[in-house]
Design a protein around this ligand. Sequence first.
Ligand code: ADP
Ligand code: MG
Length: 316
Amino acid sequence: MNEFDLIAKYFSRKSSRGDVLLGVGDDAAVVSVPENQRLVAAVDTIVEGVHFLADADAADVGYRALAVNLSDMAAMGATPAWMTLSLSLPRADEAWLAKFAEGLYQLADRYNVALIGGDTVRGSLSITVQILGLIEKDRWLTRSGAEVGDTIFVSGSPGEAAAGLAVIQRSLPSTDEAKHLIHRFLRPDARVELGRTIRMLASAAIDISDGLLSDLGHICEMSRCGAHLDLEALPILSALRATFDASECERLALNGGDDYELLFTVAPDRLLAVEAAIASGVRCTPIGRIVEGAGVTCYRGGEAVRIEPRGYDHFS
Ligand code: ADP
Ligand code: MG
């Protein structure tokens, strides 16, 4: 199968979106952006051996390639709309491509995201998805809006994805809890609905891709403030607790990557509104507050404890 057959067979599915004026097949795609909205763009690359295991299931890889991008839309409060796909493949393996496309479209359909173009080359296995989304004028969330006195929230149960990877790498027993953790690693849930819900209410937001401590550090830097994190408030849910001891649970929750949970801050006069708005969705937990100064300080039993952020850095 040649490059053009491959694109025609796996990546030319018509989308139902009426705003795609020109999709796959021309030199570029054209979409229509509503007048009162802004275009929000992000791109993420995943590389075999770095972001997914060399023997990963192709459907999981397709799913992840989009999920990590949806998470960036979630952190902005944006609604994802279109994507482009740049694929570098060692060979045209049809069985792999069919599964990859299945995983990718599964998530794309769930969020009504249209694939509008891309590029296909031969090389080592790497996948780049560029996501384009929409948001109302002046409504996007940033990392820089946190202020002293704001409460810090985290969604879901941070650390579970890294725990799932540890379960795979250490071949831990396949309990129900271990299976749940593996699923959280292989099929990350971007918090798109939560991002939409908090877009008018949160002061700052970021998605946790590198680890809670390190990503909270980004909010602090960009907002020119510090953060107090209450270690005892960390939501360490039963699957994690059943599989790892307490100190490892804490380490995973603080430094584990790949969670794609949202970390956001809320001003005191918005707290009640936020709590009401998020009550019906994914669980969110207050874990600390924004303070004067710089950097993240962790507290246990009222005492400050030193914990180094060990978020993932490709070049460290
Ligand atoms: P060009 O030479 O102009 O870059 P290509 O031959 O690379 O065009 O691509 C032909 C068409 O197929 C373009 O519309 C491009 O956007 C689309 N395309 C190529 N690869 C992919 C892919 N992996 N997924 C979706 N669309 C793709
Ligand atoms: Mg091309």
